[in-house]
Design a protein around this ligand. Sequence first.
Ligand SMILES: [Zn+2]
Length: 331
Amino acid sequence: MHTHLMPDRMPRWADKFGYGGFIHLDHHRKGWARMMQDSKFFREINENCWDPEVRINEYLEFDTQVQVICTIPVLFAYWAKPKDCLEISEFLNDHIAEIVQKYPKQYVGLGTVPMQDAELAVQELHRIKEIGLVGIQIGSNVNNKNLNEAEFFSIFETCSKLGLAVMVHPWNMMGKKHMERYWLPWLVGMPAETSRAMCSMIFGGVLERLPGLRVNFVHSGGAFLPTIGRVEHGFNCRPDLVAIDNPVNPREYLGKFWVDCITHDPLMLEYVLKLQGSKRVTLGTDYPFPLGDLEIGKFITEMELDESIIEDIFCNATLEWLNLTKEQFLQ
Ligand SMILES: [Zn+2]
């Protein structure tokens, strides 16, 4: 789970909507494309970012059969006009649904919704369910609003009602413009963003009010799990600041949400497994991006973990998070 994919052809949204800021692809050489934000270069990507068959073969090299795919956070477009973001979301979701339909043993899909407009997001959630996607990916904040804001609750409530899983991905990183050098938005901002999302959903009572909501926080929960002692201590020593919307100790939620295993560090993964239990740690890769685990769990097989724990990480935890069965993928 936690792999990104996008269509190789997209409408020129800027021309269609009459304003800029959207991503388009410049296919400048065979098998490669530049992601462009208007005339600004964002990232160069390979065909493994859009070609489902190339990906299937690359995955097979690591004995991995199934990928949970979702879009790339830069395509969320939460900043755009809501109805335009809805149109983009529909386009991206239909594309992912097509791939899932064509390769049901290899792909499982998550959608995207216009988080900036709950009514349109809820509308798209119903469609997401109908077209066969099993959940959504959302950003760690929405135009700098935290996920506990009342306006987002109906979105989470609908996911819970429809049985759609949620994957929270860091994006729109805090402090970005003050730390452009050394890739700090990715190395420092992203782990902080994930902790921001987790603390918001816990302290804001979202997880408490929706115990059936299945949420996965990627990059192993970012900075949250390594700082749970501090977070809990803050909850205990300054309840007047922290426990104002939810009286439950944040540690109580460990093992209730999911995180992926992308730590790049066996010691950290051992710690995460201790806190979460192996049924709540999923095999994430962030494929096909270089900061991901592109050897797909190889470091886990070298950790001398029990077979049952490896099996939980490699499939059972994800199946449970997405409410799927292993049987449907047997070939
Ligand atoms: Zn990612």
